[in-house]
Design a protein around this ligand. Structure first.
Ligand SMILES: NC(=O)c1ccc[n+]([C@@H]2O[C@H](COP(=O)([O-])OP(=O)(O)OC[C@H]3O[C@@H](n4cnc5c(N)ncnc54)[C@H](OP(=O)(O)O)[C@@H]3O)[C@@H](O)[C@H]2O)c1
Length: 229
């Protein structure tokens, strides 16, 4: 039985990641900023004994530390850094909300590594742990579009951080990858997006379950194809 922790699991893609992981027989630690009002997770828990719900604000150091203490003597087979924000209204190179840009970095770039470091002792206890960070093709250096540059740059940066992490934890047999979830019909992606959260979630979990150390340090699309950094 493997235990996987998912951040930002109360709605959108995160919720579908939780469902797909449970369907594959995993124990899932679904984290949310406010578990008491995470109604979809609370409903799911009624029929899924393998679901644990924990509090985590990914930008709050104390919240991260409190969660990590629960894994002091427990192994964790996987971490999916999913929580993310699109950033401020004004985020062009000619009109940037700089505070909002920093907040976007805090959530999308700094938090995934901070959470990973806090949970590293638990991940190292697993024989072959996996870390997947939900990034975005919008952060790929192969794209020259300039809209939403706070968001784009936060995803470019997290890709670089995770590529480096892959090298640093290879010695512990931990696999690290980033994934673009597709353009998904969530609050962030909007109703006109290409695919449903369930399509994205099942694709991402197929990818996640297939991650082996040979694939470490790779940026994938949700369908398993490799994307350019
Ligand atoms: N949708 C797309 O088309 C698309 C495309 C490319 C990449 N992505 C990426 O996919 C991931 C999930 O996106 P989504 O579409 O599911 O977005 P979403 O529907 O807006 O959901 C975002 C999730 O992140 C959580 N979150 C945000 N800030 C947080 C914080 N400080 N602490 C804890 N949780 C926090 C939210 O929690 P609350 O409910 O508490 O706000 C929510 O659970 C993100 O990393 C996003 O950048 C999405």
């Amino acid at each position: 039985m493997t235990t996987i922790l998912v951040t930002g699991a109360n709605r959108g893609i995160g919720l579908e990641l939780v469902k797909a992981l449970l369907n594959n027989g995993n124990t899932v630690v679904a984290t949310a900023r406010q578990p008491d009002t995470a109604n979809a997770l609370l409903e799911l828990k009624k029929s899924r004994p393998g679901l644990e719900i924990e509090t985590l604000d990914v930008t709050d150091e104390q919240s991260i530390a409190k969660l990590a203490t629960k894994y002091d003597d427990r192994s964790l087979d996987g971490l999916i850094n999913n929580a993310g924000i699109i950033g401020p209204d004004d985020q062009s190179t000619l009109n940037m909300d700089f505070r909002g840009w920093m907040d976007t970095f805090a959530t999308n770039t700094v938090a995934p590594l901070q959470i990973t470091q806090a949970l590293m002792p638990a991940l190292r206890q697993a024989p072959q742990a996996r870390i997947l960070t939900i990034s975005s093709l919008m952060g790929s250096m192969s794209h020259s579009k300039s809209d939403r540059i706070a968001y784009r740059s936060s995803k470019t940066a997290v890709n670089k951080v995770m590529q480096a992490l892959a090298e640093d934890v290879r010695q512990f047999n931990i696999t690290v990858a980033c994934a673009h979830p597709g353009w998904v019909q969530t609050d962030m992606g909007g109703a006109n997006a290409d695919i449903t959260p369930a399509q994205s979630g099942t694709g991402l979990i197929d990818l996640f379950e297939g991650l082996t150390i040979e694939k470490t340090g790779t940026f994938f699309n949700y369908d398993g194809t490799i994307l350019p950094w």
